[in-house]
Design a protein around this ligand. Structure first.
Ligand code: GTP
Ligand code: MG
Length: 309
């Protein structure tokens, strides 16, 4: 390559970490739009989501992964498998550790596993820095440095960020880009994700459904978009998209909670999701949402396959 031409880099960096560490929120902040849903419930992300950062000097493809955790169901095992398969494929790994939580056995477990992947550079990302003061942050940075020594990882960088406050987010991109190989862009200009529209819509519905539900219920919810059709007989300047979707739960006893008194909760979920979908697609939507029981789907290989896992 001639020295006069600036080089272009492209490649993949994945975010890993415990459930709820802030991986998806950070992915969205870097990409600039919501490509991955987020919630304050652990194990929100259930598949790898790619978000693409376009820069003049580089194309950085972020791979957001499910939180790595001790699996209790077949779904949990599948999610962990997805995470580990991703590690082998990326050019850099961003290990997310929340600034406001002490490093625990879950983090140490992930760190040990990461230490086995020798050739991939690892960046420690201390997330949610807006939740702590400077002293606590300094302590956490030292603890992360020590964690690296303990398990034999030499961090390429240790970066504190706040995705919600937009603090040091672009710095993180600046630090990840040099870790990518030289090469042309991998995705067309303007593509921000490779998620199919139908999947994004199902995820937005699930995100709305996760809000305000407690205990085990978030884990029991799965959403499938069955059909998307432009409504017939609509004037060209007033289109309407009909979306038919199923919200699956695991037990019929959960139905009441999801639907709410006189259907109020489900209606609320539908309204919230519809607004998000309309923002995503830029077109008015009629969302037809039905609740169905898929008995113990998290533990049933056949059901899991049907639901796309
Ligand atoms: N205050 C603050 N909250 C954050 C920040 N980043 C994420 N959060 C919150 O932390 C919670 C978890 O965020 P997610 O991005 O869904 O976490 P995740 O690591 O993707 O979680 P899983 O998909 O379950 O593994 C949400 O309630 C976010 O709003 C941050 O920078 N500051
Ligand atoms: Mg996530």
């Amino acid at each position: 390559m001639s020295t006069s031409e600036p080089s272009h880099r492209s490649g993949f960096a994945c975010f890993v970490g415990r459930p709820n560490a802030g991986k998806s929120t950070l992915t969205n902040a870097l990409v600039g739009i919501k490509v991955a849903i987020t919630s304050n419930r652990p194990q929100t992300t259930r598949h790898t989501v790619r978000g693409i950062v376009h820069r003049p000097d580089a194309q950085l493809v972020l791979v957001d992964t499910p939180g790595l955790h001790k699996p209790r169901t077949l779904l949990g095992q599948r999610l962990n498998d997805v995470v580990r398969a991703t590690w082998a494929e990326v050019d850099a790994i961003g290990f997310c550790l929340p600034a406001n939580e002490k490093i625990g056995p879950g983090d140490r477990f992930i760190a040990k596993e990461l230490s086995q992947i020798k050739r991939t550079p690892k960046v420690a990302v201390v997330t949610k820095t807006d939740l702590v003061d400077n002293d606590a942050l300094a302590e956490q940075l030292i603890a992360v440095d020590q964690l690296g020594r303990e398990v034999g990882i030499e961090w390429a960088e240790i970066v504190p960020v706040s995705a919600t406050a937009g603090r040091q987010v672009s710095l993180l991109a600046d630090l990840l880009v040099p870790l990518l190989p030289e090469g042309p862009p991998l995705y067309p200009e303007g593509d921000l994700t490779d998620e199919p529209e139908q999947v994004m819509i199902a995820e937005l519905i699930r995100e709305a459904a996760l809000e305000g539900v407690r205990d085990e219920l978030p884990h029991s919810i799965a959403v499938v978009v069955e059909e998307m059709l432009p409504r017939e007989d609509r004037p060209a300047d007033r289109p309407l998209l009909d979306i038919h979707a199923y919200l699956f739960i695991e037990r019929s006893s959960q139905k009441g909670i999801v639907i709410g008194p006189k259907g109020a909760r489900l209606k609320d979920v539908g309204t919230k999701a519809r607004r998000q979908i309309e923002a995503l697609l830029g077109t008015p939507v009629f969302l037809d949402l039905h609740v169905k029981v898929a008995k113990d789907w998290q533990r049933d290989p056949k059901q899991l396959r049907r639901l796309g896992f």
